[in-house]
Design a protein. Structure first.
Lengths: 325, 366
């Protein structure tokens, strides 16, 4: 047991790093395919080592810190951004047995810890002493705080249906009935949109809107500190795709009684679909404008999330309706 | 009320969305633009001054580098002005070739605008689709004159190269291909809710404003003014072709987009008619003396470039070099409205409005 406790997270870290490496490769291939290009194909067989080469390049780069930057904060920011991204993975159960921390309020833990990253991004933008970085950091803080509210509220419906905040319990609740994507469809849509905004991916990639803000909050970052911001971003993709799978698509449970395929494989299938979905969006969507983004969060998503809670409560508590539920 | 402070933001000249080396000094309050001042001149090469020491044929390659997305129309402007002053008769075949390449160049130029505009707004894929289609036009030009960007194709009195065998068929094929591509673009862009939200009602230019600022091209037509030099002051053989001048209603960015998209269709129409009526045989060069001595006098010609009215003003003292040469570059004139349009806008609209004007810095700075 002790062995597992110590070595488990290390193994997970390597899995996450492997995922990030190949998620970037996969993203470039998918987008290349959508855009009539080839994508990386030179380094290693089929270009498989492209990201490895990129990371190596970032590692051996000179560590540049702008002269007028706030040095200690500048160094701290990527760490604050990355640590919670990895920490949230602790509560994600990949199968019934393969999990690290089985705490009762897993969902709450995820939501709470993941919002710490915003501080890292804001710090990075502030400490860089660059106007573009500052604007990017401010946008990012505003966006993440705004979208966290509908994100949290949209999963309240799931928690009410499952009667638990523990992610394993939520999956188990789906194994007896239907996956929550059906009864909680409204919640799912709100969650999906808010999740994409939380991840700062197209069409909500305003914090690093290249055409407006050069590179947003990480304009001044280079080398390995930059790599850490990127790592945080892709680790969140890993975490968020896992969370969607767990909350709305039954986690590792097999659909249509196809139980001969192991649960872990099912989990990976569902999870990869969402990863692909995010990349697909990136290749097809323009970027939304910052004020429209805020309006959308507060005027559309938030009321919808509250409506979803209300409807869930109604269906659950009124005896006549709950038999259909 | 919180006390807020204005911030001075320097955008460019090395910024991904200033389309070259435009610099904007923007005063912002939060993300709202209070004041914007374009700073130009980073690409100034003194073409007009240099031209005073060059003979007329030598000036032509310099014009390629002004509006480098549409070098054919620039070539035509200087040739047309010189020919007008010399009262030259241009062979039929040369006129047809000129019209075909100018209209194809207009399509290519609008495709680059479309791609980079969408890139500014944050959509990546249309950029690559546009360049894929533009590539076909560049290949056609490459076959015709051996260059992909700076063509140096036209001469005073005609064109340098005749169409190689089979070239016109390829042009015809391209017109068909491009027509089939248009629904794809509309399907991808025109109906996209985010695109509409980002462009409709943004950067509105009224008719009075457009005229008082001297706007031309799609920037003027999107406000509803039906003004196209190919129709209003026909030059070359444009009066023989049947085409429409697309106009907008409101003068916002969405109308600009639709104007340019329809202009592509109209240009294809002209190309198709020109290929149909292409004269058999005949020369591609008028009889011109080896050394062009342009008679003393002054001339101004205006032609419709993809960006608006491209004018060329020559003052000749009867020598083989112009005494003074002046280009009216549409990008330069259209850019002047930018500070007025940016005031009070969100900084995210900055790139959308700037992109909508469609400037080419080589032409702004000349």
């Amino acid at each position: 047991m002790d062995f597992f406790v110590i070595l488990g997270p290390v193994v997970l870290l390597f899995i996450v790093l492997g995922f990030v490496t190949y998620a970037i490769f996969f993203e470039r291939k998918v987008i290349g395919w959508i855009q009539n290009r080839v994508g990386p194909n030179q380094v290693g067989p089929w270009g498989l080592l492209q990201t490895v080469a990129d990371v190596l390049k970032l590692l051996i780069k000179e560590d540049v810190i702008p002269q007028k930057a706030d040095v200690s904060l500048f160094k701290l920011a990527p760490i604050i951004a990355y640590t919670p991204a990895f920490a949230v993975l602790a509560v994600i159960p990949f199968t019934e047995s393969l999990k690290f921390a089985d705490i009762a309020v897993g969902l709450l833990y995820y939501m709470a810890v993941s919002s710490i990253t915003t501080i890292g991004i804001l710090l990075g933008g502030w400490a860089s002493n660059n106007k573009y970085a500052l604007l990017g950091g401010m946008r990012s803080a505003a966006q993440m705080i705004s979208y966290e509210i509908p994100l949290v509220l949209s999963v309240v419906g799931v928690a009410m249906s499952a009667g638990s905040l523990n992610l394993t319990e939520i999956v188990k609740a789906q194994q007896t009935g239907v996956w929550f994507v059906l009864p909680q469809f409204l919640g799912f849509i709100v969650f999906l949109i808010a999740a994409i905004a939380e991840l700062s991916r197209t069409p909500f990639d305003l914090p690093e809107a290249e055409s407006e803000l050069v590179a947003g909050y990480h304009t001044e970052y280079s080398g390995f500190r930059f790599a850490f911001f990127m790592l945080a971003e892709y680790t969140y993709i890993f975490a968020m795709a896992s969370l969607i799978t767990l909350l709305f698509f039954g986690g590792w449970s097999a659909p249509f009684g196809l139980t001969f395929i192991p649960p872990l494989i099912w989990f990976i299938f569902k999870f990869l679909f969402f990863v692909f979905f995010l990349f697909w969006l990136r290749a097809t969507m323009p970027r939304i404008r910052v004020d429209q983004l805020m309006e959308f969060a507060w005027k559309v998503l938030l009321p919808l999330a509250i409506l979803n809670i209300f409807l869930t409560a109604l269906f659950k508590e009124i005896p006549v309706l709950s038999q259909f539920y | 009320m919180l006390r807020t402070e204005e911030m001075l933001l320097n955008v460019g000249p090395q910024h991904p969305s200033t389309h070259g080396v435009l610099r904007l000094v923007v005063k912002i309050d939060g993300e709202i633009i209070q004041d914007a001042e374009p700073v130009i001149g980073y690409l100034h090469r003194g073409t007009e001054k240099l031209a005073e020491d060059l003979n007329y044929t030598q000036i032509i390659p310099y014009t390629d580098r002004m509006d480098y997305l549409s070098a054919m129309t620039n070539n035509y402007a200087i040739c047309h002005a010189t020919e007008t002053l010399m009262e030259l008769e241009i062979p039929e075949r040369a006129e047809f070739l000129r019209v075909i390449v100018m209209e194809l160049n207009r399509v290519a130029s609008h495709l680059v605008w479309l791609g980079t505009y969408l890139l500014d707004i944050g959509a990546m894929s249309p950029f690559l689709y546009c360049f894929r289609d533009r590539e076909q036009i560049l290949n056609l030009f490459n076959e015709l004159c051996g260059a992909r960007l700076t063509y140096n194709y036209m001469r005073v009195g005609g064109v340098k190269w005749d169409a190689p065998p089979g070239w016109l068929d390829k042009v015809k094929e391209f017109v068909k291909y491009m027509r089939n591509q248009m629904p794809e673009y509309h399907g991808l862009i025109s109906g996209n809710e985010i695109f509409i939200q980002r462009t409709r009602g943004i950067g509105i230019v009224t008719q009075e404003m457009a005229i008082s600022y001297g706007l031309s091209g799609a920037n003027l037509r999107c406000t509803g003014v039906k003004w196209d030099l190919r129709k209003n002051q026909p030059y070359s053989i444009y009066d023989r072709f049947d085409f429409d001048v697309p106009v907008g209603k409101t003068g916002d960015l969405y109308d600009k987009y639709h104007c340019r998209m329809q202009e592509i269709i109209e240009s294809l129409k002209i190309v198709e008619q020109a290929v149909e009526g292409f004269p058999e045989g005949g020369s591609t060069m008028a009889k011109v003396p080896r050394v062009l001595r342009v008679p003393e006098g002054e001339v101004y010609v205006g032609i419709e470039s993809p960006r608006g009215e491209l004018g060329c003003h020559i003052v000749s003292k009867g020598k083989d070099k112009p005494w003074r040469l002046k280009f009216r570059r549409p990008s330069f004139y259209n850019l002047q409205i930018l500070p007025a349009l940016l005031k009070g806008q969100n900084i995210a609209n900055l790139v959308a409005i700037l992109g909508g004007i469609d400037i080419v810095l080589g032409e702004v700075d000349c």
